[in-house]
Design a protein around this ligand. Structure first.
Ligand code: MRU
Length: 342
């Protein structure tokens, strides 16, 4: 059975993560033992990707409980520190979801909190295994009656949705991996995913390790690659899916969905149930993280825009439900056009 890299884990009272800021040059782990460590790692994207953030949130409650014990925090202080973790990145609903899951066991004590957090990690691995297979089944089905039925399916993907974005296995990239294992996968296109290059740094690193044929394209080329007929399906992940099926994901997702609609190419989203946010009616109600100007106006610490140039660094965008062919979770395939109001 396929095992991905373990992106986040609990070992000897510490949260152990792969420091994703160093990839692909270096595969190094980091140990986190305090709320400050965790908040910093989340904010600078050392750990990232919605499901991995869910795991970080859940394990973060254990870290906070241990720190409260060491430093004598009262309940109010503990709640304040958990709020700080929650606020470290606001868009992916999984972070709050993971914190809520583990914090729901606070009254039963530290061991119960740890058990719940570890269950979040185990469930993520199992959910991703189902998403990969269900997503590959869906693509097989979508192309069953077309000429692609006997050909390899060429996929475009965005950002990083693989092992590195989850506990171990990946969502959208898990679908790509499942197609590859079934010998149904053609070339994969992945865009760079400016400004932090999750596509060219992380997804390309994972595709390399999987032995999958791929090309990296610049973000602006994605719609053209689709329009030129080089792509049979776009498969992406999500940071939050609103009740009406609007999909919030890494900025640059929306242009791909528009290009798919124009070209008649399926636009498929793969995400766990923990990313479904029934409490938020539409995508317009989701806070979109705005990050530092420096990520855009500088390149590796060197200024590339004129001195004084300001940026608008929106980290995510909203793809309206009517542009989404299907959302694949571990439990179901949702067709947003069939949702109320979709
Ligand atoms: O800013 P990031 O790298 O955390 O953004 C990640 C994404 O947008 C992913 O597509 C999403 O979290 C799904 S990961 C399985």
């Amino acid at each position: 059975m396929f095992r991905g890299v373990r992106t986040i884990d609990w070992r000897d009272g510490r949260v152990v993560i792969i420091d994703q800021t160093l990839l692909p040059a270096e595969l190094r782990t980091l140990e986190l033992t305090s709320v400050d460590d965790l908040v910093e790692a989340i904010a600078r994207l050392a750990v990232r990707g919605a499901p991995a953030l869910g795991a970080a949130g859940a394990l973060g409650v254990v870290i906070a409980v241990d720190q409260a014990d060491r430093e004598g925090w009262d309940d109010e202080r503990l709640a304040g520190e958990l709020a700080r973790v929650r606020a470290a990145r606001p868009t992916a609903v999984n972070l709050s979801w993971g914190i809520d899951r583990a914090a729901s066991r606070l009254a039963q004590g530290r061991q119960a909190v740890l058990q719940e957090a570890l269950a979040v990690l185990d469930e993520d691995v199992a959910a991703n295994r189902s998403i990969g297979e269900r997503g590959a089944d869906l693509l097989d089905e979508l192309f069953a009656r077309s000429s692609t039925a006997t050909q390899a399916i060429r996929v475009h993907t965005h950002c990083n949705t693989g092992s590195l974005a989850t506990v171990e296995l990946g969502t959208a990239l898990g679908v790509v991996r499942a197609l590859h294992q079934r010998r149904r996968l053609g070339r994969v296109y992945v865009d760079e995913t400016r400004p932090l290059l999750q596509g060219s740094r992380l997804t390309a690193w994972e595709l390399d390790r999987l032995g999958i044929d791929y090309r990296v394209v610049v973000d602006g080329a994605g719609p053209t690659v689709i329009a030129r007929g080089l792509v049979d399906a776009v498969v992406v992940g999500a940071d939050r899916v609103a009740a009406n099926g609007d999909v919030v994901n890494k900025v640059g997702t929306y242009p791909l969905a528009l290009a798919c609609a124009r070209a008649g190419v399926p636009f498929v989203v793969a995400a766990p149930e923990s990313t479904m946010d029934e409490a938020t009616p539409t995508g317009s109600g989701v806070e979109i993280e705005t990050r530092a100007d420096a990520e855009i106006v500088e390149w590796s610490g060197v200024r590339v825009a004129p001195a004084g140039a300001r940026a608008l660094n929106l980290a995510f965008d909203v793809t309206p439900a009517d542009l989404v062919t299907a959302i694949v979770t571990e439990d179901r395939v949702i067709r947003p056009s069939e949702l109320a109001g979709g």
